[in-house]
Design a protein around this ligand. Structure first.
Ligand code: SF4
Length: 371
């Protein structure tokens, strides 16, 4: 027979320092948080706050805003004050905006080593201001803006180059006793990115912000991020994540949350277990699964709903779930907690499932079960 191989569990989390991004703890065993970045002009305060509200509603826990101009810097105070979630100012090139962001009450500031080098002598002042206000700094290394010195040394943006850049930048702050830092080493190739984060995780104890940068349009970017974050998070590496998509930011949050739920790092909310359909299917499974998903959108309790096309695996899966349907002969057997509660005609499957789901959700809420 086959040798018995041990099942490898998901690793324990890497022990990182903890920083506080406003009320959200990052690192030190805190739950992995999901973040995104606004796409509005930051100086357009109304539009930016509107987008932050949408992001908050979709589950975003930390939001980053770009700060390329003085008008953007001037908008930070209002945005930081009115945002429901902590705001990180994203700053390249201009040290004066770092001070502006700290004064504005931003929860953290992101700087980029390739671009910060020119203000080495400013690091002491930044460290002092950030310390005094308790504002953490994210050191965000990107392959695209890697320090020229390191590009020359390594020939290209290798994992080693990204890590050396990040650690060098961190050391500039450490010289001034500042360690309230999280680090990212983003790259568009998941393989390079995963290796960079692995090396960085072994070389320091700073909390890590995971990202595959310029990951691409929604489909490709989702796959790249899921593969890379899945590899790292299953090794216990990563304290906060940002999925980068060429798509509306709320999409990034949806994907980020799904990744954490899939890895068991966050309790699932609604999970639809639906079969891929095959030649045995006796209902249109895609349509049924879409309709059930849409009907249960926004459900806040962890509910597993099985939508199965026929009676082969149908009853088994439907029984395992909180709620399910196994279809056949123009009818649907509706299961609740493993018991057939009713059999309904095909046209009534969706409404019956939604009705039963609402009952279970109400019961769960009464019992205090929420995700
Ligand atoms: Fe095919 Fe039935 Fe399995 Fe769906 S549940 S994939 S229809 S065998």
């Amino acid at each position: 027979g086959l040798p018995e191989l041990p099942v490898r569990p998901i690793a324990g989390r890497r022990l990182s320092r903890r920083i506080e991004v406003g009320p959200v703890a990052v690192g030190g065993g805190a739950p992995v948080s999901v973040q995104s970045m606004t796409t509005t002009r930051t100086s357009d305060i109304g539009a930016t706050l509107q987008q932050i509200a949408e992001l908050t509603a979709s589950g975003c826990q930390i939001v980053r805003v770009a700060c390329p101009t003085q008008d953007d810097a001037d908008a930070l105070a209002t945005i930081a004050r009115k945002s429901q979630i902590p705001v990180i100012a994203d700053i390249h090139f201009q040290p004066k905006y770092v001070f502006a962001a700290i004064d504005a009450g931003c929860a953290a500031v992101r700087v980029n080593p390739g671009n910060i080098k020119q203000f080495d002598d400013m690091v002491r002042e930044i460290a002092r201001a950030a310390s005094a206000s308790g504002t953490p700094i994210r050191i965000g290394v990107n392959a695209g803006s890697l320090d020229k010195r390191l590009l020359a040394k390594y020939g290209k943006a290798t994992p080693e180059a990204l890590v050396e850049s990040a650690l060098w930048e961190a050391s500039l702050f450490e010289e001034h006793g500042f360690r309230d830092i999280k680090i990212s080493v983003k790259y568009n190739d998941p393989v390079v990115m995963v290796n960079a984060y692995r090396q960085l995780a072994a070389a320091c104890d700073y909390p890590l912000h995971l990202g595959v940068t310029e990951a691409g349009p929604a489909f490709q970017g989702t796959i790249k991020s899921a593969v890379a974050f899945g590899a790292l998070l299953s090794e216990g590496i990563g304290d906060t994540i940002r999925v980068s998509l060429s798509a509306p930011p709320a999409e990034e949050i949806k994907v980020g949350i799904q990744i954490l739920e899939s890895l068991g790092l966050r309790q699932r909310r609604l999970e639809i277990v639906s079969c891929p359909s095959c030649g045995r299917a006796q209902v249109d499974v895609y349509k049924l699964a879409d309709e059930v998903t849409a009907g249960l959108d926004g459900m806040e309790v962890p509910l597993r709903v099985a939508v199965m096309g026929c009676v082969v695996n149908g009853p088994g899966e439907a029984r395992e779930a909180d709620l399910g349907v196994a279809s056949g002969n123009g009818k649907g057997q509706i299961f609740v907690k493993g018991e057939v509660v009713k059999t309904v005609p095909e046209s009534k499957i969706v409404e019956t499932l939604i009705e039963e789901a609402m009952k279970i959700a109400a019961q769960m809420e009464d019992d205090g079960v929420t995700s």
